[in-house]
Ligand binder design. Structure first.
Ligand SMILES: [Ca+2]
Length: 311
């Protein structure tokens, strides 16, 4: 039976590719997309989520709009990375499919209450506002979550939005602290691993060579994404952050990490949103997360390209 997941997302070109990989994989059943404010405001992330589904011809997957601002701070966005729409690069049509009327938080709560305990995995690809709000409002669902596999944080790579913090955690550190402290089995894809998932020119050509609408759109998204990363890091290609989450669900063996304690800094202005990861196990704090540090990048891109060919 396919593993059932809810993708909580703020698309974002890399979110789009993570979603496409899930839709292309028979091992996964996407119960819904829940949009959250993050890379761009909620009106755009909930629009972009629908554009990605239409690109894949999967308008049967429902999209719910969620929280439009972090729990207790003003929203910080990242148009400087993702462009003014959040999905700059390919020219995609405005979505025709409707947003669901229900709020994303209610969808998360109702789904976890309805489905058998331990059968639904949450895949957050943006700030953790929707998930934390659902856990606050319905603490009974926490023990029913099978696992949370999320993109966020950094230890060795430290920050991309501030010197100390990765964007998703920085935007809503209070939400992150609640999710990391909830006691749910947690797998974290920090910058430490996503910065090793680099789209080299050869890998991007493989997307384009699929010759499909999806392959072309993915190549154009990474072309756009890459402009920013080349300037900033001088690296050989853009890191595909969020697709690491989907790839982990499909092929956990290509990733490696440590089960350690990870705490979120919420007080300091200097290090707001830092994921204080006890990688060297120097504290006596109990492990609460599998913090991924490495991946087999060639296997990752082979998997991604092969699967995208299904769409
Ligand atoms: Ca994202």
């Amino acid at each position: 039976m396919a593993r059932r997941i809810i993708i909580d997302t703020d698309p974002g070109q890399d979110d789009a590719i993570a979603i496409l990989l899930a839709l292309a994989s028979p091992e996964l059943e996407v119960l819904g997309l829940t949009a959250v404010a993050g890379n761009v405001p909620l009106a755009l992330t909930s629009r972009n989520a629908r554009m990605v589904l239409e690109l894949a011809g999967r308008t049967d997957v429902p999209v719910y709009a969620g929280c439009d601002a972090p729990l207790s701070r003003p929203l910080v966005t990242a148009e400087h990375v993702h462009g003014k729409t959040g999905l700059d690069g390919p020219v995609l049509p405005e979505p025709q499919m409707a947003l669901q009327e229900a709020h994303a938080v209610d969808f998360i709560i109702e789904t976890l209450r309805r489905e058998p305990a331990g059968s639904v995995t949450l895949c957050p690809l943006g700030p953790l506002t929707n998930i934390a709000t659902a856990f606050r409002r319905a603490p009974d669902i926490i023990s029913r979550v099978q696992e949370i596999v999320l993109m966020g944080g950094a230890y060795f790579e430290v920050g991309n939005i501030s010197p100390a913090a990765e964007f998703n955690i920085f935007v809503d550190p209070e939400a992150a602290a609640e999710v990391f402290g909830a006691g749910v089995p947690l797998v974290v894809m920090p910058l430490d691993v996503t910065h090793k998932a680099l789209v080299t020119p050869t890998r991007n050509e493989a997307f384009r060579a699929l010759g499909s609408k999806v392959g072309t759109a993915v190549a154009e998204m990474t072309d756009f994404f890459e402009r920013f990363d080349l300037e900033k890091y001088g690296s050989n290609g853009a890191p595909l952050h969020d697709p690491c989450v989907t790839a982990y669900l499909l092929a956990p063996g290509i990733f490696s990490g440590r089960h350690i304690n990870v705490e979120i800094e919420t007080n300091s202005e200097l290090t707001r949103g830092m994921t204080v990861a006890d990688w060297w196990r120097v504290s006596d704090r109990a492990p609460n997360a599998t913090f991924i540090g490495d991946l087999d990048a060639d296997a990752f891109f082979t998997l991604l390209t092969e699967r995208l060919a299904n769409l």
